[in-house]
Design a protein around this ligand. Structure first.
Ligand SMILES: Nc1ncnc2c1ncn2[C@@H]1O[C@H](COP(=O)(O)OP(=O)(O)OP(=O)(O)O)[C@@H](O)[C@H]1O
Length: 270
């Protein structure tokens, strides 16, 4: 069954009239992880933001985005707000941007969880504490009382993952969640995302320019170039028998895991 089905998505900038996404169609089946890869500026992030309708106001979109059979493109902003967080969670590239810099991070969790579940302060703290411990964040209560700038990028990403664990969404959109992190944090965050999927059985849209990470986490892959999908299929098939010259170029230049990352993974497997 398809959890997400995008049909003829077109996205354009109303100011410059530039078309960013030309005519994208793809599906994400229940329980699977679809990676979107492609060079910088190919439209990976705009595709993700179009699904949850969070592009800037001057960016327009048309087409159909079926999520659990419902066309998100036709929902009101109020209806969309109910989907974001509880049904579709987003883990962004830079954890710092996900939190209000002027408030301690716990406030973000409290607002999100109170809105979706109507929980009391102690229920929220109890659930968040458990989830944070499960992603190996120590002293969760103390941590929730910190401002974003007092926490590292890796900690903030793991906090977003902990929040997703509590929200139990049907779909997680992770837009380059490891790009801004150092190598060790990258490894930990990827491990936690794999763990999250295994535990919840949710499906995931995972954007990355790191094919090494993609190979570790994804089942299917979609390759983008200049706002168009040039390849879409099972990961092994796409990587081992690429149909498009651009995919072969990507694989040739990027398949090798970063040296440090590979070393850490090998140590973990020992
Ligand atoms: N808010 C915006 N206003 C106008 N154009 C935009 C906006 N956001 C993105 N674009 C344009 O859309 C195109 C695709 O951008 P996008 O951020 O989706 O690329 P990407 O594949 O995610 O790249 P990266 O790997 O660098 O994040 C780019 O040409 C970019 O300039």
């Amino acid at each position: 069954m398809n959890m997400l089905e995008v049909k003829k998505l077109k996205v354009w900038d109303q100011k410059s009239h530039k078309v960013i996404i030309h005519n994208s169609s793809f599906q994400l089946q229940s329980g699977r992880c679809l990676a979107i890869v492609g060079e910088s500026g190919s439209g990976k992030s705009v595709t993700c933001r179009s699904i949850i309708r969070l592009n800037n106001p001057w960016i327009a979109q048309s087409g159909e985005i079926f999520f659990k059979g419902e066309n998100l493109n036709q929902l009101s902003e109020q209806e969309m707000r109910k989907k974001r967080g509880k049904q579709i969670s987003m883990i962004m590239q830079n954890g710092m941007n996900a939190f209000d810099p002027s408030r301690v991070v716990g406030v973000h969790f409290k607002e999100t969880l109170a809105e979706h579940f109507g929980w009391s302060k102690s229920e929220i703290e109890g659930n968040m504490k458990k989830a944070m411990e499960s992603v190996r964040l120590q002293n969760p209560i103390e941590m929730m009382n910190k401002y974003p700038y007092q926490l590292s990028g890796g900690m903030l990403q793991r906090m977003m993952i902990a929040l997703a664990l509590v929200l139990e969404p049907d779909l997680i959109i992770a837009d380059e969640p490891t790009t801004a992190l150092d190598t060790i944090s990258q490894f930990e965050v990827v491990e936690q995302l794999i763990h999250l999927r295994a535990r919840m059985g949710c499906c995931m849209l995972f954007v990355s320019h790191d094919l090494g990470v993609v190979k570790k986490i994804a089942d299917d892959v979609l390759v983008m170039k200049n706002g168009e999908i040039v390849e879409h299929g099972r990961m092994d098939a796409v990587f081992s028998d690429s149909q498009h010259a651009y995919t072969r170029h990507l694989v040739a230049t990027r398949l090798e895991l970063g040296h440090h990352f590979k070393k850490i993974m090998m140590q973990e497997e020992l």
